[in-house]
Every structure is written in C-alpha cells, then in structure tokens.
Design a protein. Structure first.
Lengths: 303, 303
C-alpha cells in the first residue's frame, strides 16, 4: 500500500494584513499549506508552478519537511501573488489583488512517480485541470478534491464530471449550498453524494467542520484559539491533516479512522491560524501535534 | 440537597413565521422554554406573569410536565405577545412586533417555597428585576442568569452588580463581545469571569456552544438537524437542559458533570428547533432524550 500523497494546486506568495500585523510575499498557496500539514503524517509530492522570482529559502523550507518538489515547474515570469486583508472577525478575506502571473499557464504534468502515488489531493484549481490530473494518474486508492464558488458558477458541468471520480470532497457551507441549491447541510451533503463522492467534509471556520460519509454524520468543533493571527490556508491545512492521516491508515474507509482524521485536520488548522503564512505548521513538532490532539479528543470524550 | 429549580422570566404568546409554516399566539417565553426543558431532569417552579387571555390549555400543557405554576401571576390585560419571522438561514429573528402588555408591570414576588429552591435561573429580564429576585432568595447553591444586548447597552451597571452574585452566565457571542469589548471568545470569557461568574456558556446557534469554567475551555458542536422548523427558544431550552442536569447532580462544580450538562443542553435544544413553539420539547420522552444523548456523546468519543 503506497502512502504517498500527490497534491496538485497553487504555490503562491501571499501579502496579508490582519489586526495582528502583515506579511509581504510570504510562502502560501493551497498546495503549500496542504503539503506542510500532510507531511507530518505521510510522504508528500507536490505538483505546481512558480515563477523565476520564487525565493530559494522557500524551497529549503519545504525540503526540511521532506516534501518532494520535483513537480514544481519553474516558468518564465513571476509567481502567483495574492494580496488580502482580514477584518477583526476573520470571517471573510478581502482580496486586494490577485496577480495570477505564471499560474495562468499552469497545466499540471505528472511523471511516473507522481502517477503511482496511492493518494491524490486535487486542491482548488480549474476543474478541467483537476480532471486532466486524474487522467494522468494510475490507480490511486483515495482521491479527494477541493473547489470554490467561482468554479461552481462558471464550470459546473466540468466539476460534476470530476465529482463522479472523487472519493472525498472538501467544501465550505456556502459552496455546499451553491452546488445543490439546498440550504440544510445534511440534505445538501446527501445530494452531493449522489453526484459521486462517498464523503463530504464541510469546513465551517471557527464553527468547526462536518463530515458526511455514507450514512454517517459527524460535527466536530474547532479547537478554541486565543489569538488568531492569520487564517489564510486554514482550510488547506485542515485537508492536509485529514488526508495525511487517512493516507497513513491501513483502511481509510473505516469510520473510526475517518473520525480521527477529522480531529487531526481540526488540530492542524488550529495551529495554522496562530501565526502568519506557514510559520507555525512548517515548524511544529510531532510532540506538539500529539499533545493538542490528545487534549482535543479528551475534552470531547464526555464521560 | 434541594434539586428544585426556580426560574424567573417571561411567559409569552408567540406568532412566528418561518419557511416551514407559522404559529399564531403559540406558547412561548423564556421561562416556558426553560421550564419544559429542565423539567425532564429536575423539579421546576416558575415565576412570571400572564394576562387574562392566557389560554387554559397552556396551563395544562405545563402541568403535564409537573411544572409548578403558583408563581405565575395573572394580571389585568393581555399576555406578552411577540411577532417574529426567520429567514431561511435562521440566524437572526426579525421582530415584527413586541407587545409587552402585562409584562411591562412584571415585578417578581417570591413565596417561601420559591425562596427555598436550591437552584435559581434568572432568564433574560431587566437586571434590576433579576437582582430583586436574588434578594428574595434564601441560599441557593447554584445561580445562573441570561441577559441580552439591550440590557448590556442600557443597564450595564445594574448587570455588573448582578454578575457579582451569579455562578453561571449564559450569553451569545455578540453579547460576550459587547460586555467586554474583546472579540476573542476565550479572552472575553476570562474578562467576564473577573466580573463574578465562575462559568460562562456562550451559545452559538448551529455552531454549538462553548463553556468556560475556571481554567477549563470546552467547545461542543450542535447536534446536526435535518429540518430546522423554528429556532425560537432554543437558547432557553439549552439552558433548561444544562441547568436541569446540574440541579440533579450531587456536585455541579465537577467538570465531568458540567460537560454532561453541556451535552444535555445541546441535545434538548436540537429537539426544540424541530417543531414550532414548545411542541417537541413539551411532548418528548425520556427515552428519546437518552437515545439522542447517547448518539451525540458516542459520535464525539473519537477512538
């Protein structure tokens, strides 16, 4: 059983402002947040693209977590740059600028090692590209994907074709509603399952996350954090913890395994918001993860 | 140890419209929702007021749950009537009319039986009246109160005097922030504790609830409900389940007991939203409560 996760998504430079400070061209992007989080549980290979300006120290940062960067293509031009701002409530990111740069030309190309990975995570990119990746893969035993409101509006048919072939879908509340036209999340999840996925994870920010898997429904709270510094990438970090744990498990379809994966996802995302960019998740120790996981799980064990 | 809970609050007639239908002068009010919920766990005595129009069948409905109504004063005029509407997302109630009627003259008067109750719940009324009730009490071993944005704005000093004397405070997120000027809920709860209460329960609607008790922080999810019909009174129903369970426990300050109380509060409020008015909570069986509690607690026991 191959435990390696292939992740395909964005590698970005983020300039973010929150009430606790700001960053300028810090390491970001969905594939990056996911990979750093997942790397604490399973081997990770990234597929993405950067411009010639991508700083070597960010390469080193990813390397320290043993993330395979062979699939990161260097293209002429600049790296994807996102400029955003969060209000005090951190509920919505205000995008000030999105400079797609080389990311506009991104067309994921997999090599033989990539295609043989046992687990695939398709981070939020154009569903046509996501499908292109899936076609290049061998026979992964677990395929998950993320998406966003933009693709649900503009490329719904393409997304629906993709969903037929994925095991797990990550969405937020609004996306679940937009995709189905159903307001209630239980009903929405049931409708999404009819589109293909066996499992739906609804990310709810500080309200935690919900999991729908076959007939099971599980709602878990967020781990309360006293100082939220930067929520950028929290969703991808959640997905990284979740998928990283599942990839390492002998049977990812076991519901006890999936419940633990939800808890690891929650714990990893709680770390991610404690500092800007990927500082916290990139530098964290296994011991810190286990300690918070234990605390989280124990608190919910109502005796 | 006396397990009887005295609750002081509103008895109302509610006319509510939601996407699933409407009610016209249905049984409502904070003291009613609280009492019906708490009555499944402990004996309850109500103090409140109604007008001459208060329907006898509502008296019977409360009597069926063995709720003592001696403290419900009948005053000349009409019963408090609230007219409201919820949007599809059920997040905010839109008040169409508030006819206070006899409730404007409400001045809670306790008899000897009331004053001897071991547990007191001060539902959301004017903090001056809440303090007046507390002064009439003997020595209750547990005092909890609820409040609202209106009193925090208009009678903060009076509320602060009250908080010095209560063990547990129920608030929602906005109220916690308004009371302290602190956005983060952990920090806000810590500031509120300095005002007097040992414990703070932050009700978060479909995001569940948070508990702060001494050094402990616990966040619990809501029990997912497939068809939310009417959220009116869900907060008071939560408080009823929570306080009802604590009142029956030998040591309410034990954190395991408090965690179970949070779960019973969650479960009771999940029932309350499944039908209009108090239909569901008033008619529910102990067996149904235990079944859902078991399901809720088991799902959160991550193994």
């Amino acid at each position: 059983m191959d435990k390696t996760i292939l992740v395909v998504g964005s590698v970005a430079l983020d300039s973010v402002k929150t009430i606790h400070g700001s960053t300028n061209h810090a390491l970001g992007g969905s594939a990056v947040h996911f990979s750093l989080s997942a790397s604490h549980f399973s081997p990770v290979k990234m597929v993405g693209c950067v411009g010639e300006d991508f700083p070597p120290q960010f390469r080193k940062f990813l390397k320290r977590r043993n993330i395979c960067q062979q699939g990161i293509e260097v293209m002429p031009g600049k790296t994807f740059h996102w400029v955003g701002r969060y209000d005090r409530d951190y509920k919505n990111a205000e995008t000030i600028a999105t400079e797609l740069n080389v990311f506009q030309q991104f067309k994921p190309k997999l090599n033989g090692d990539h295609a043989r990975c046992g687990v695939l995570f398709l981070a939020n990119i154009d569903p046509d590209l996501q499908r292109g990746v899936l076609e290049q893969m061998g026979k992964p035993r677990l395929v998950a994907c993320d998406t966003m409101n933009y693709w649900i509006s503009l490329k719904k048919q393409s997304l629906l074709k993709l969903l037929k072939k994925v095991d797990m879908l990550f969405v937020n509340e609004e996306e679940a509603r937009q995709l189905t036209g159903e307001y209630n999340l239980i009903k929405a999840a049931r409708l999404i399952m009819k589109m293909g996925p066996k499992g739906i994870i609804v990310k709810r920010g500080d309200a935690g996350a919900m999991l729908f898997f076959k007939d099971n429904v599980l709602s878990v709270p967020a781990h309360p954090i006293e100082k939220v510094v930067d929520p950028t990438g929290a969703g991808d970090t959640f997905a990284g913890g979740f998928m990283g744990y599942l990839a390492a498990a002998p049977d990812w379809k076991n519901f006890d395994v999936i419940r633990r994966a939800m808890s690891y996802g929650t714990v990893m995302s709680s770390f991610s918001v404690e500092d800007f960019s990927v500082k916290r998740v990139g530098g964290i120790s296994k011991k810190e993860i286990c300690a918070r996981y234990g605390k989280y799980v124990d608190a919910l064990h109502i005796k």
